[in-house]
Ligand binder design. Structure first.
Ligand code: PLP
Length: 257
């Protein structure tokens, strides 16, 4: 596995570290990769939930990327996106990812729409989630929707494995990891690729924890940047999330519990 892998992370700042950029950096360090955090949005949140958020101006997103990458010794080994806030930011980012310095980096898209407390984290005034995420999905190595996000992105029912696989294929991405954490019974994730579907069955952990989606996608990006195959990266990323859930259940998770 490659050393000194770097992942460009474009997401929202959750100052509690429960989710968003701060959580992403912790997870990347734990899989042996360094994160370059670029803020697409700031959120005001704490133990009582999300009180508000603001997207950064599009020019500021692009300025952050240009400043970070201009003169960097190496291009990042992967890119991960989380909360992007607006379609304008998602589209500007997708266009910037086509530039030479980023065009080869595998892209992991976590299509964040809502916080677990129910706050909308994507402004829907200028279009549907599919409009906002479309260009990023087309460029992604892997997209990591939960079942609600998959339903919102496609408008399709996702109640059975067959339906979820059909919906995942509609996203137009090379691979989709459909997260089953919200389904009844054992959590089963489905890795849907053009010609195959791989099932990853986990053990249900008691309780809930914030930021599991952010952590899974970041660990995936970190492992891809280190040279893992997609299958290895999914297995490794699931272990990272399982360890996090176990630590939370033991009450060792600190204030982001
Ligand atoms: N990204 C950011 C910046 C957030 O603030 C949140 C939630 O508040 C999320 C992602 C989604 O994470 P979660 O589902 O744990 O709330």
């Amino acid at each position: 596995m490659k050393r000194d892998a770097t992942v460009l992370v474009v997401a929202g700042l959750d100052p509690t570290g429960g989710a968003g950029l701060a959580a992403d950096l912790t997870v990347l360090a734990s899989v042996g990769a360094r994160g370059w955090p670029v803020a697409a949005a700031l959120t005001a949140q704490g133990p009582k939930g999300v009180r508000g958020w603001s997207p950064v101006p599009v020019e500021m997103l692009l300025a952050q990327l240009d400043a970070l990458l201009d003169g960097a010794p190496r291009a990042p080994g992967a890119v991960k996106t989380g909360m992007l806030g607006t379609a304008a930011l998602a589209h500007a980012l997708a266009a910037r990812l086509a530039a030479r310095d980023l065009a080869r980096a595998p892209l992991v898209v976590d299509p964040v729409l809502l916080s677990s407390s129910g706050a909308l984290l994507l402004d829907l005034a200028d279009g549907s989630p599919a409009d906002a995420f479309g260009p990023l999905l087309a460029r992604a190595r892997v997209v990591t929707p939960n079942l609600d996000e998959l339903r919102a992105l496609t408008g399709l029912e996702v109640g059975s494995d067959e339906a979820a696989v059909a919906a995942a294929r509609r996203l137009g991405a090379r691979a989709v990891l459909v997260k089953g954490g919200h389904r009844e019974g054992a959590p089963v994730d489905l890795l849907v690729e053009r010609r195959s579907v791989t099932r990853f069955t986990g053990r249900r952990r008691p309780g809930t924890a914030r930021g599991t989606g952010c952590r899974l996608a970041s660990a995936l990006a970190g492992l891809l940047a280190r040279g893992a195959s997609l299958d290895e990266a999914v297995r490794g990323a699931k272990k990272v999330v399982e360890r996090y859930l176990d630590a939370q259940a033991r009450g060792r998770g600190g204030r982001d519990r």
